[in-house]
Design a protein around this ligand. Structure first.
Ligand code: ADP
Ligand code: MG
Length: 632
């Protein structure tokens, strides 16, 4: 922390008259308090806290999967079951014990159980994920219910897993000769693992891969255009959440010392999901809050309800369900934002990371631009039909390094459709697209990005809640290498600094330096378009596709954009721009292609196009009289 932020804090504290605490300090205080009290808490409290820790561990995975990644799973309890049964079986089955016992000491059996549980979960989650995550909409949650149920019944129907009675006699964990038989002893491990998981997930979200993960919810098309393999990321996130659940199951088995199918029921899967969303899906610590709330609530209901309603029925399930209905109805955003607002009086807002002035220690991958005049992008007889509608009809066009090519035409002429054809978002019905000399048929848009194509979208696609710099850094995704594990362990800091520096550089260059750390959604629509340009530039493209970049910009901003694009052309980029502002286009473009009803009606220099009778005719009836004015 540097001097200025310390000064700011002091000033803020003085002005409000309250002592402010940083989020990290608050976390440390809570953890230290819990650790100090641990030895003195009553047996029952320790046992409840251990259970909360176990649930929270699963819920952290679900927050990542559902809250951040946008994938709903009702079946997470089944992965807890896999982790539990794996260790219970290895530790008690005579065959496994004999086989393992011949090689190592019995104290290592639980660790073999952990390994087996993780391997099984990994394989199972990868297989299930690969199949089910392709499903859209409601089919994915339904599918998770299906396999959640299947696994639950499988546990109860396997003779070697003890059927409905399950497996008893699971030994305690032994660490360094120290037996963790009591909840008080094992609880320490549970909470240590939970804190470690929170730390790792926090790190993961604060990284290159974390930005890609955040884009999975609602930004997949955009992320693919930045070079992210979103299908793969979804499966990985699913596996990660499942592994956390399996670790929880492993700890659970050694806490209870027996396992049966009941705790891995679909009910529990639903409760786990509640824990992840009740405090507001998307906040890691919300998982701990949710786990605590729901565990305590169930505990209380079991105490109170029988005396109120009689002990004949299972009323707590009903009351619990109604309560959840109320909470989700009343706090659609979850409880966390409300809590954060209250806590905001004492907790200092998270400081914005200061830009590192020093040159980053590592270099991002660099692309050398092709020589001026070389053909970068070539479309040959590209057609696109949507049912009976021909949106693009036999369009041919080339884009060369060091030129600005404009694509104009009335609304609905097929410009955006053509952009999608030449950027891999959609496949042409016929015709060929070549990028950097390579045929691109059936290639996904991330391959286009890897070959040096950067683009913006007509309908802005940003992660609105994230800062401008994070959005722009996503554009540089392919220029860095560090993966999930490195991010979780914080081994990616040098590369991350380089990414951030590059993002800041592009933001400055595009004239948005004052908004670097603002959430993207709070910018004007015109500025958001410029953020998209900065994001495309962060990928160091050789081909830049801009879909109506000047829409919503004020006069001076348009001029600045014009200057920027001329600069990029001078550097040797090939730029294809769709734009309605004729003055902007005529002054900037080297060549213009005019589309009408999906067909090219003219192509040439601005002067040639303006003199073309077909173009004049096409624009005559329309609102675009500007072109005519220019032509006269
Ligand atoms: P422009 O960008 O030039 O305004 P578009 O490329 O968006 O035009 O649209 C061209 C035509 O194709 C329009 O008639 C539009 O309604 C149609 N169109 C675009 N996308 C689709 C789609 N996914 N399905 C069906 N029709 C589409
Ligand atoms: Mg369009």
């Amino acid at each position: 922390m540097n001097n200025t932020s310390a000064d700011n804090t002091a000033a803020a504290a003085a002005s409000t008259g309250r002592a402010l605490i940083a989020p990290r300090q608050l976390t440390i205080v809570c953890v230290v308090a819990l650790a100090a009290a641990w030895g003195f808490l009553p047996e029952f409290t320790v046992s409840v806290l251990s259970n909360i820790g176990l649930y929270a561990l699963v819920a952290v995975g679900l927050v990542m999967l559902t809250g951040v990644g946008g994938m709903t799973s009702f079946g997470q309890a089944a992965f807890v079951g896999v982790g539990s049964y794996a260790t219970a079986w290895i530790c008690t089955s005579p065959a496994a014990v004999a086989w393992m016992g011949s090689m190592a000491s019995p104290a290592l059996l639980p660790w073999a159980g952990l390994l087996l549980g993780l391997l099984l979960t990994f394989a199972l989650a990868w297989a299930l994920g690969a199949v089910t995550l392709k499903l859209q909409g409601h089919y994915l949650p339904l599918c998770t219910i299906a396999w959640g149920l299947s696994l639950y019944y499988l546990f109860g129907n396997m003779d070697f897993l003890g059927g409905q009675t399950g497996i008893t006699g699971v030994p305690p964990l032994v660490v360094a000769g120290f037996s963790l038989a009591t909840p008080r002893a094992l609880g320490v491990v549970i909470w240590a693992v939970l804190l470690l998981a929170l730390w790792a997930m926090h790190n993961l979200l604060d990284s290159r891969e974390g930005r890609a993960i955040r884009a999975l919810k609602g930004g997949r098309l955009m992320a693919e255009s930045m070079g992210v393999d979103t299908a793969r990321h979804r499966v990985k996130l699913f596996v990660l959440a499942a592994l956390l659940a399996a670790v929880s199951g492993w700890l659970y088995a050694h806490l209870q010392r027996f396992v049966n199918p009941t705790p891995f029921n679909l009910n529990i899967g639903i409760e786990l999901l509640f824990m992840a969303v009740v405090s507001g899906a998307g906040h890691l610590w919300g998982a701990v809050l949710g786990a605590a709330l729901i565990t305590l609530l169930k505990e209380k209901l079991q105490d109170v309800l029988p005396s109120l309603l009689g002990s004949s029925g299972n009323f707590e399930v009903i009351v619990f369900g109604l309560l959840m209905l109320f909470v989700l109805q009343r706090f659609a955003e979850g409880l966390w934002p409300t809590l954060a607002r209250v806590a905001g009086q004492w907790v200092r807002p998270r400081p914005v990371a200061a830009a590192d002035a020093a040159a980053p220690a590592v270099q991002l991958a660099q692309r050398s631009l092709p020589p001026r005049g070389e053909v970068l992008l070539q479309a040959t007889n590209v057609s696109k039909r949507f049912g009976g509608l021909v949106a693009n009809n036999d369009i041919s066009m080339t884009l060369r390094a060091g030129e600005i090519h404009a694509l104009i035409g009335p609304n609905g002429a097929g410009k955006s459709t053509f952009f999608n054809m030449i950027s891999g978002v959609d496949d042409p019905s016929s015709g060929e697209v070549r990028l950097a000399g390579q045929p691109m048929a059936a290639k996904p848009s991330r391959v286009f990005a890897a070959l040096g194509l950067g683009r913006t979208f007509q309908h802005v696609r940003l992660l609105g809640a994230r800062s401008v710099v994070e959005n722009v850094a996503l554009g540089a995704h392919l220029r860095a290498r560090r993966g999930w594990l490195a991010a979780m362990l914080r081994l990616d800091r040098a590369e991350e600094a380089a990414l951030m520096a590059e993002a800041r550089r592009q933001i400055e260059r595009c004239g948005l330096g004052a908004h670097t750390d603002t959430p993207a959604a709070s910018l004007s629509l015109g500025q958001q378009r410029v953020v998209e340009i900065a994001r495309a530039l962060a990928g160091q493209p050789s081909v830049l596709l801009l879909d109506e970049p000047a829409a919503g910009l004020r006069h001076l901003e348009k001029r600045a954009l014009s200057v920027l694009l001329s600069q990029l052309r001078a550097e040797g980029l090939g730029i294809l721009v769709v734009e309605h502002d004729m003055e902007f286009v005529m002054n900037l473009a080297d060549r213009i292609t005019v589309l009408e009803f999906g067909t090219v009606i003219a192509t040439g220099t601005p002067a040639e196009v303006q003199a073309n009778p077909r173009v004049l005719e096409a624009y005559l009836g329309g609102a675009d009289d500007e072109l005519l004015e220019d032509a006269r």
